[in-house]
Design a protein around this ligand. Structure first.
Ligand SMILES: NC(=O)c1ccc[n+]([C@@H]2O[C@H](COP(=O)([O-])OP(=O)(O)OC[C@H]3O[C@@H](n4cnc5c(N)ncnc54)[C@H](OP(=O)(O)O)[C@@H]3O)[C@@H](O)[C@H]2O)c1
Length: 338
């Protein structure tokens, strides 16, 4: 099949292109050309800004794709351009949404795709509205579309998450055996997905009728607690026994500036785990394969090679939080013990 990927050189989209190529598809990537790629002559490249609707429509006209994989639709009007251009054409439109459309806390956990959508933040709101547009287009019989909702997706090309969100200091902090802040009691659930598994989910769904009109969770094979997540990363870095300090999430959210705690407030303080039964039923060849240890090793190799890890001494916030927390703990004990 001929696939046009809007994006193709980013964290997840690189993996999508690699998996499309591995399955023998002909691939054209549409980007602004701001990042290098390693695809050589295996892909065709179109340069343009997807916000210039004419450039994108020109791309559709010249490639005549069987499938369009939209990695970077962030606003409803961007997706609308694709819907208008592709409806009635038979082209399969695959849209990358996010688990942020569910909001939190989730109930039940793990969440299935029919979990009520109660988005968190502007990002979840805009992705939800795109999903609704696609549902409308599918219901009216005009567009073959499939939606994917990855959770935290990591791999070569990106940073790991900590309580602060994507964290350039985390690897260095672990290597220097500095204690890590973990929200709550460390037992909240977390569901990482390695880029290759998410890319494979998308690539295997291209042109597949069983996926038309549906939305799918797409994540990794293992739900972990926060403690397991950080320990697994530390073990992968050869630093077992890293100290994890459990700090109440409410304290952090109440005491720190909103910009530092957005990720914690919206996502990391909730249980997040997502059921992938629907995707495995409709795309039986798919099952997530890359366990966290392997994913960490491959990501760390990339971070080191690309020089992406920053010296943790550049950010004093972690130690400031830990010192304040330990002082508060000492005060609490001394008051109660009299
Ligand atoms: N990473 C996660 O944990 C996660 C979780 C859930 C959902 N998602 C979703 O996954 C998608 C991110 O995929 P990704 O990791 O490949 O993204 P990415 O790393 O942000 O890469 C974006 C890609 O799109 C291109 N691009 C960006 N703006 C463009 C524009 N205006 N016109 C044309 N091309 C443009 C970029 O190339 P140029 O810069 O050269 O244009 C690049 O190829 C998003 O939709 C996000 O919501 C991610």
């Amino acid at each position: 099949m001929r696939a046009l990927v809007i994006g193709g050189t980013g964290l997840i989209s690189t993996a999508v292109v690699n998996r499309l190529l591995a399955h023998g598809h002909e691939v054209c990537i549409f980007t602004r050309g701001q990042r290098p790629d390693g695809f050589g002559d295996r892909v065709r490249r179109l340069k343009g800004d997807r916000d210039g609707a004419e450039a994108l429509k020109g791309g559709f006209a010249s490639v005549r794709p069987d499938a369009v994989i939209d990695m970077v639709a962030m606003r409803p009007e961007q997706a609308q351009v694709c819907i208008d251009a592709l409806q009635g054409s038979g082209t399969h439109y695959l849209f990358i949404s996010t688990v942020c459309v569910y909001g939190g806390p989730l109930s039940p956990v793990p969440a299935r795709e029919d979990h009520p959508r109660a988005y968190v933040g502007d990002y979840g709101d805009r992705k939800t509205r795109i999903e609704e547009l696609l549902e409308g287009a599918w219901a009216s019989g005009d567009l073959r579309s499939t939606t994917f909702r990855p959770s935290y997706t990591y791999g070569p090309g990106g940073l790991f998450d900590s309580i602060w969100g994507r964290d350039p200091f985390l690897v260095d902090r672990i290597r220097k055996r500095r204690p890590l802040i973990v929200p709550g009691d460390g037992l909240n659930l977390w569901h990482p997905g390695f880029v290759e598994d998410v890319g494979e989910a998308v690539a295997l769904s291209v042109g597949r009728e069983s996926t038309f009109g549906k939305a799918y969770n797409a994540n990794g094979p293992r739900v972990m607690t926060h403690d397991e997540y950080f320990k697994s990363m530390a073990e992968g870095l050869g630093v077992p026994g890293v100290e994890l300090v459990h700090v109440p999430a409410e304290w952090l959210v109440a005491a720190l500036p909103a910009e530092n705690t957005r990720f914690l407030r919206d996502i990391f303080r909730h249980h997040v785990a997502f059921d992938t039964t629907a995707l495995r039923r409709d795309v039986p060849e798919w099952s997530p394969k890359v366990d966290h240890a392997e994913g960490v090793a491959r990501t760390v190799a990339w971070l080191d090679r690309e020089g992406k890890n920053r010296d943790c001494a550049e950010r004093g916030l972690d130690d400031q939080v830990l010192q304040a927390f330990h002082r508060a703990g000492a005060q609490f004990s001394s008051e109660l013990k009299g």
